[in-house]
Design a protein around this ligand. Structure first.
Ligand SMILES: Nc1ncnc2c1ncn2[C@@H]1O[C@H](COP(=O)(O)OP(=O)(O)OP(=O)(O)O)[C@@H](O)[C@H]1O
Ligand SMILES: [Mg+2]
Length: 407
C-alpha cells in the first residue's frame, strides 16, 4: 500500500500488524488509523527528510525540481522532482509510474540516473497523504541555461562533444526500445565535468516495431511545439525514433544560434516555419505524406525551396556541421538519419575532434538552468514579441506570446 492512500483504505493485514492487533484493528478508531499510517514503515521508500533542500531549480509542467543535499554526506547533491498528485483518488499517478519504470530500465552514462523514490511522512499536516519525489544524481547545468548565458562559449570541438553524447544517449534509449518524446535543450543536462545526460522521461514510452503488422496508435500530442517533427504535426500516430532525431537536429542548430530555431505559436505556424526552412512538404520529397490525417487539413506552403544549409551557414560555418544538420532535419522520417548514422558522420571524425567540456565549464562556478535564466533572445535578431511564458508547453496548447524569429 502506498502512503498516499486514503484513510478508509487502511488495510488491516499490512506487514506491520500481528494477529493480535489484527483483531483489534477491525475496530480502529480514526486516531488509531492515523497513528498506524504515521508509523508505517515503508521498505524501499526512504523519507525525503534524509535530504535538505538547497534551491528550487525547475518548475516543470508536472511539478517542481529542487537541488538538495544528502544529510548523511553533505558533499553529495541530488535533484528532487516532486510527483504531482493531481488526482488523489486515483492513487499514485500512472504517468509518474511510467517515468519511473523507464528510468529504472535505462542505465547509461548519457542518461540521467534515478537514485531512488522518496516520500514525506504522512501526518496531520498533509492530511495523511505523503508527497513523493524522484531523486536524481545532480547535474550542475541544463543546456538551455548554458546557451542563454553569453559568457558560455562552446568551440567547435566542444559542440561536437555535446552532440556526440546526446546522440549516444539517443542510440542507447532507442536500442532499448524507448522513445523520449520531449527532446529540447532544457531536458539535456550537463555536469560540471562536461558529461551530458538526457533527462525528463515524463513523456517517454516504450515502442515496438509494428507487432503482427498492426500500426502503432500512439498519441501525437507530444514533444514541445518548437521541437516537434512534421510527422507529429501532421497527425502521424505510427511514429518512432526519428521523432527524437528531429529534436536532436533542432538542438544542434541551437548550439550556434543560441535560441530555438523554429518558434511557432501554433501547430499551423510551426508547419509553416518548417516548410520555409526545410522546403515544401510534398509526396515527392515524402512519399505517403498525403495519407497522414492532417495533410489536407493544414495549410502547407507550396513552392518552398529547402534552405537548411543556406540559412544556418552564417551561424554554423563548418560544412560538416551543416551537412549533418541537413540530414537530421529531413522531412520524411524514414529518410532522416538515425542516431547510429549520425554518430558515423564525418562531423565527428574530422578535426577538430570532439573535445572534453570540463575545462571550459570550469571557468563557470555558477549553476545554469533554464528556470533561473532570463528568456533567451539573440542580440542579432529582432524580437517581435516578448515571451509571456518562459517556455512553450509540451502539449498543443500554446498560451502567451512567442518570439517570431526564424533563422
Ligand atoms: N538531475 C537533475 N540535475 C539538475 N537539474 C535537473 C535535474 N533534473 C531536472 N533538472 C532541472 O529541472 C528542470 C525540470 O525537470 P524535468 O524536465 O525533469 O521536469 P518536468 O516537470 O518534466 O519539466 P517539463 O515538463 O517542463 O519539461 C530541468 O529542465 C532541469 O533544469
Ligand atoms: Mg523538462
Amino acid at each position: 500500500m502506498l502512503p498516499g492512500a486514503n484513510l478508509r483504505d487502511v488495510n488491516h493485514s499490512g506487514s506491520g500488524s500481528t494477529p493480535a492487533n489484527h483483531n483489534h484493528s477491525v475496530m480502529m478508531s480514526t486516531r488509531e488509523k492515523e497513528k498506524y499510517i504515521e508509523n508505517f514503515n515503508f521498505p524501499f521508500c526512504d523519507e525525503s527528510s534524509k535530504y535538505e533542500k538547497v534551491a528550487k531549480i525547475g518548475q516543470g509542467t508536472f511539478g517542481e525540481v529542487f537541488k538538495a543535499r544528502d544529510k548523511s554526506n553533505p558533499k553529495k547533491f541530488v535533484a528532487m522532482k516532486k510527483v504531482l498528485m493531481d488526482n488523489e483518488k486515483e492513487g499514485f499517478p500512472i504517468t509518474a509510474l511510467r517515468e519511473i519504470r523507464i528510468l529504472q530500465l535505462l542505465k547509461h552514462e548519457n542518461v540521467v540516473h534515478l537514485i531512488e523514490i522518496c516520500r514525506t511522512k504522512a501526518s496531520q499536516h498533509n492530511r495523511y497523504r505523503s508527497m513523493f519525489y524522484l531523486v536524481f544524481e545532480f547535474c550542475e547545468h541544463d543546456l538551455a541555461g548554458l546557451l542563454s548565458n553569453v559568457n558560455v562559449k562552446f568551440n567547435l570541438g566542444e559542440i561536437k562533444k555535446v552532440m556526440q553524447q546526446l546522440l549516444n544517449g539517443l542510440y542507447y534509449i532507442h536500442s532499448n526500445k524507448i522513445l523520449h518524446r520531449d527532446m529540447k535543450a532544457a531536458n539535456v543536462l550537463i555536469t560540471k565535468n562536461g558529461v551530458l545526460k538526457l533527462a525528463d522521461f515524463g513523456l517517454a514510452r516504450a515502442f515496438s516495431t509494428n507487432k503482427n503488422g498492426q500500426p502503432n496508435r500512439f498519441t501525437n500530442r507530444v514533444v514541445t511545439l518548437w521541437y516537434r517533427p512534421p510527422e507529429l504535426l501532421l497527425g502521424e500516430r505510427n511514429y518512432g525514433p526519428p521523432v527524437d532525431l528531429w529534436g536532436a537536429g533542432c538542438i544542434m542548430a541551437e548550439m550556434w544560434t543560441r535560441s530555438p530555431i523554429m518558434q511557432g505559436n501554433s501547430e499551423q505556424q510551426q508547419l509553416t516555419l518548417i516548410s520555409q526552412l526545410c522546403g515544401s512538404i510534398t509526396p515527392t520529397v515524402w512519399p505517403g505524406v498525403e495519407n497522414l490525417e492532417l495533410y489536407k487539413k493544414m495549410d502547407l506552403p507550396q513552392q518552398q525551396k529547402r534552405k537548411v544549409k543556406e540559412r544556418l551557414k552564417p551561424y554554423m560555418k563548418d560544412p560538416y556541421a551543416l551537412d549533418l544538420l541537413d540530414k537530421l532535419l529531413v522531412l520524411d522520417p524514414s529518410k532522416r538519419h538515425d542516431a547510429d548514422s549520425a554518430l558515423n558522420h564525418d562531423f565527428f571524425w574530422t578535426d577538430p575532434m570532439p573535445c572534453d567540456l570540463g575545462k571550459m565549464l570550469a571557468q563557470h562556478s555558477q549553476s545554469m538552468f533554464e528556470f533561473l535564466a532570463p528568456p533567451r533572445r539573440p542580440t542579432n535578431m529582432r524580437a517581435h514579441h516578448t515571451m509571456a511564458a518562459a517556455r512553450p508547453t509540451s502539449s498543443a496548447v500554446q498560451d502567451g506570446g512567442y518570439q517570431d524569429r526564424v533563422f
